[in-house]
Design a protein around this ligand. Structure first.
Ligand SMILES: [Zn+2]
Length: 66
């Protein structure tokens, strides 16, 4: 069994507020799930290592397929 010497686990995860990636329709991969009336303005609290997020609204839109 290997012992891990360097445990970089943070005791408390760091979080940040990240805008839904549909706030920038030019770079988003999920443009088709963006609100019909324009870029999404939703902000999501995510772990620090997350670089892109899709908010629950766009997510549910993608789930419903409409
Ligand atoms: Zn969104």
């Amino acid at each position: 069994m290997r012992k891990s010497k360097t445990t970089k686990r943070r005791t408390a995860a760091q979080y940040k507020n990240l805008k839904c990636q549909n706030s920038d329709l030019e770079t988003s991969k999920y443009v088709k799930f963006a609100p019909l009336d324009g870029p999404c303005t939703e902000v999501v609290n995510v772990p620090d290592e997350v670089t892109r997020v899709l908010c629950y609204r766009c997510t549910s839109r993608s789930a419903s397929g409409k």
